[in-house]
Write a protein that binds this ligand. Structure first.
Ligand code: COA
Length: 207
C-alpha cells in the first residue's frame, strides 16, 4: 500500500466511512493532488503521467472525487482545503473511451469512491456515445478487476509483459452497449445500491 503525505490532517484522522464526497471534473488546482495520488499508487509507472499536459489535452476527461473538512456531503470547491480522494482519467479516441487511470488514495479505499468514479466515467462514455469503454489492468489486480467486472466489463485478451517494472501481463477489459436499456437499468440499480451503502444521496453528489 502507498504511504500518505496527508498524515496528521484532521480529515485523514476521521473514520473514512463517515466522510461524504462528490465527483466533478478535475480543476487546475486539483492537479498536484492528483499527481500525488498517482505517484503513491503507481510508483513504477514510467514515464509518470504529465497531468498539466493532460489538463489541456482535448481528448482527455479527468474526474475527481473530493471532500472538504467543513462538511459531510456537500463540498465547497472554493475551499482551499478541498481534499482529492481519487480520480479517473479517460481518453475519448476514435469513438472509444479508454480508461487511462483510476486510483483512490489508500486512506480512503473501500468506502465506494472508486465505484462512484467508475459510474461517472461510464456516464461520460454514454454521453459521448462511445461504442465501448476499454482498459488494461494487471492480471494480479484482484480489487480493480472485481470492480470492473461488477460494472459489466469482460476480459477480452491479454497483453503479454505489458508492465515494464515486472513484465506482468495486462488483462484487456471491455464494456460494450452501455447505451442499451438493459445496461442503463443495471447502472441505475448499481448506483442505487452504492447510494444506500454509502449513505450519500443522489441529490448531493451530482455537480
Ligand atoms: C481499485 C480501486 C480503484 C478500488 O477503489 P475503492 O474506492 O477502494 O473501491 P470501492 O470501495 O468503490 O469498491 C467497489 C468495488 O471494487 C471491488 N473491490 C474494492 N476493494 C476490493 C477488495 N479489497 N477486494 C476485492 N474487491 C474489491 C469490489 O467489486 C467492490 O464492490 P463491492 O463493495 O460490492 O464488493 C482502488 O483499490 C485503487 O485505487 N487501487 C490502486 C490503483 C489501481 O490499481 N487502479 C486500477 C488501475 S486499472
Amino acid at each position: 500500500m502507498c504511504h500518505s503525505e496527508h498524515s496528521g490532517d484532521s480529515l485523514h484522522d476521521r473514520n473514512p466511512g463517515t466522510i461524504g464526497y462528490r465527483v466533478r471534473k478535475m480543476l487546475w488546482d486539483d492537479v498536484e493532488q492528483v499527481r500525488g495520488i498517482d505517484l503513491f499508487c503507481f510508483p513504477t509507472m514510467l514515464p509518470p503521467t504529465n497531468y498539466k499536459t493532460e489538463f489541456i489535452n482535448p481528448m482527455a476527461h479527468y474526474l475527481v472525487a473530493y471532500t472538504g473538512p467543513s462538511y459531510d456531503t456537500v463540498a465547497d470547491t472554493e475551499n482551499p482545503k478541498t481534499l482529492i480522494l481519487g480520480f479517473i482519467g479517460l481518453w475519448y479516441l476514435a469513438g472509444e473511451i479508454h480508461v487511462i487511470n483510476l486510483a483512490v488514495h489508500p486512506d480512503f479505499r473501500s468506502i465506494g469512491v472508486g465505484e462512484l468514479l467508475l459510474i461517472r466515467g461510464i456516464e461520460v462514455a454514454i454521453r459521448l456515445r462511445a461504442i465501448l469503454v476499454t482498459l488494461e489492468v494487471r492480471v494480479s489486480n484482484i480489487e480493480a478487476k472485481a470492480l470492473y467486472s461488477k460494472y459489466g466489463f469482460s476480459e477480452r485478451g491479454i497483453r503479454r509483459a505489458y508492465y515494464l517494472d515486472n513484465r506482468e501481463d495486462a488483462a484487456i477489459m471491455t464494456l460494450e452497449q452501455m447505451e442499451s436499456p438493459a445496461y442503463i437499468k443495471k447502472l441505475q440499480q448499481l448506483y442505487r445500491t452504492w447510494s444506500e451503502k454509502t449513505g450519500i444521496s443522489s441529490e448531493t453528489n451530482e455537480d
